[in-house]
Write a protein that binds this ligand. Structure first.
Ligand code: SAM
Length: 390
């Protein structure tokens, strides 16, 4: 009786019925998506699979993708395997999603591959019991759930790992609590969110979403694994899209920031001059845990330093002091590289075709090497290595 009641109380609306157009739209694949976000996710998954291989060396890879949408998680894992030396390992993929529209489109898209299957399923309830090496998620599906529901979902996964005695990877993809996109919401961990950035979708309704500080997500994972008596070998966290989440362009929850995603896209656009001043970044002053404040203070200095160097190379003064702070090795030497590139470039559009994309690459490198895995980006990715044999 109680479970029937709980079931009836849970929201079961297909929010993604129309959003499926966004996932099929070519407009979704802007430069930030293809040059910043996808390579970052690929690196995270590649490293995770590599570590899984080092730790446990499973014979095949069985992937269960939670909130799979139209199956992009399959592409991610397949690309990771293709660039690793054990690419011949056989991959079996099962996508779970509670949107019947997503599942319908996904089945049609992958109908010719017998190793790819989809099931209409709600990840808040029991999951299929198949032994699985990678419990994947991407595109923040767990953020749709309340904290309690996510904890239950993790409990189901840990229980399955223990029952099947597998050594598995669990990837937990959620919205970062302290993203610059929603400074106005930093004091809340679950709030009414609208995906107003969706391409080729006319109207989007609000839906409640949970955002996470890594410390809280880690406590939840530790607590759940203890409850299920399941041993965690290692946990890592990554922040994806610190400066370029899609809501930096809508500015719906922070109108004080420049539309960074658009500006970074503009840096890659041939023949279009970008105003460097718009790229400057001021660390947010809202209340946040001290590691978050310290990160943004240091990150903003280095980000601005790179922008100032590019402007100075063009003979522009941005009227903010160049403190000439020592840059991390991964992003040192921008001016030197620009000089070298200029020597071998004979065309007219050096600034728009060479300098601006080079600056974008340095900013991307800064974001991906300095991200602290705290919950300061659009997405917080938790990667958990679990040993169900012990
Ligand atoms: C932003 S989309 C991401 C889709 C896909 N993983 C990707 O990265 O392209 C989030 C997905 O989570 C699914 N979802 C939300 N709540 C769910 C639930 N309780 N059970 C299963 N899927 C859910 C939605 O239907 C949607 O397809």
């Amino acid at each position: 009786m109680t479970s029937t009641l709980n079931f009836l109380q849970l929201e079961n609306k297909d929010h993604y019925k129309t959003a499926v157009n966004h996932y099929l739209s070519p407009h979704r694949k802007d430069s930030v998506k293809t040059k910043w976000e996808n390579p970052f996710s690929l690196t995270v998954i590649k490293n995770a699979i590599n570590k899984l291989e080092e730790k446990y060396s499973p014979k095949s890879l069985r992937v269960m993708d939670f909130g799979c949408g139209i199956g992009e998680g399959f592409v991610l894992v397949q690309n990771a395997l293709n660039s690793l030396e054990f690419q011949t390992k056989e991959l079996f993929y099962l996508g779970l999603d509670n949107s019947s529209e997503m599942v319908k489109v996904a089945r049609q898209k992958w109908k010719d591959n017998k190793n790819i299957n989809f099931q209409e399923a709600d990840i808040r309830f029991e999951i299929p019991g198949n032994p699985t090496e990678i419990y994947l998620s991407c595109g923040v599906p767990y953020s749709h759930l309340t904290k309690e529901e996510t904890q239950d979902a993790l409990g189901h996964i840990f229980r399955a790992i223990k029952k099947n005695k597998t050594q598995s990877l669990v990837v937990i993809d959620v919205l970062g609590r302290y993203s610059i996109e929603w400074v106005s919401q930093w004091e809340h961990s679950r709030w009414s969110y609208r995906m107003s950035f969706l391409a080729d979708v006319q109207e989007q309704e609000d839906m409640m979403m949970s955002c996470y500080y890594a410390h809280d997500l880690k406590s939840m994972i530790d607590r759940t694994s203890k409850q299920e008596n399941c041993q965690i070998q290692d946990i890592e966290f990554f922040d994806r899209s610190v400066m370029v989440g899609r809501h930096t362009s809508t500015r719906e929850y922070n109108s004080a920031i420049p539309p960074y995603r658009e500006i970074i896209n503009s840096l890659y656009e041939s023949g279009r001059t970008t105003d460097f001043r718009e790229l400057l970044f001021q660390s947010p002053s809202a209340q946040a845990p001290s590691p978050v404040k310290e990160f943004f203070d240091r990150f903003s200095h280095i980000w601005n330093q790179l922008v100032i160097e590019a402007a100075e190379f063009c003979g522009e003064n941005l009227n903010i002091p160049n403190n000439n702070i020592p840059l991390p090795e991964s992003v040192a030497g921008l001016k030197h590289q620009l000089s070298t590139l200029q020597e071998s470039y004979c065309e007219q559009n050096f600034r728009t075709d060479i300098l601006e994309p080079t600056l974008a690459e340095y900013l991307h490198r800064l974001e991906s090497t300095m991200q602290p895995g705290l919950g300061v980006g659009h997405t917080l990715i938790g990667v958990v290595y679990v040993d169900g044999t012990k």
